[in-house]
Design a protein around this ligand. Sequence first.
Ligand code: PNS
Length: 159
Amino acid sequence: MMKIAVYPGSFDPPTLGHLDVIKKASSIFDRVIVSVVENPNKKATFSKKERVRMLKKMTKGFKNVEVDTFKGLLVNYVKKKRANFIIRGLRAVSDFEYEFQMALINKKLNPQAETVWFLPFIEHIYISSSIVKEIAKYKGNISCLVPEEIVEDIRRKFK
Ligand code: PNS
């Protein structure tokens, strides 16, 4: 059976931590679908189109990774894609409660899909999209926080 994984998220913007998760997933699954969705609890800075473009740039080298978007419930999208895994990144214990609840709900709604958590590499564990935006807003150096292919896209947004 093909191992197909969906990696959903806001990716507003994507970071080196997201790239770590994509790298790890790409080496384990046959197909990885990185999919951008609006999180109703967060107001996005980058449009969906901008986020997709950045994700495509930074994953160009991965043959089994594709970038997509979806609307509505993740479990429905996962079914539509015939995926059997949902990927999420975990950075700290503080992420766990929300992620645990989400995994259990998704499992209840679609028992065919298993949630798998990945840790970013340790040197990127502290990076978040909000930190990247704050540093970019004050014209700080973000090149150690996001993939080099998208540094300019982020800087341009805060000019
Ligand atoms: O990167 P984020 O914002 O932490 O990702 C959260 C996301 C987008 C994966 C989550 O909000 C989600 O799955 N949204 C789609 C709607 C849905 O299925 N909600 C029920 C999950 S509890």
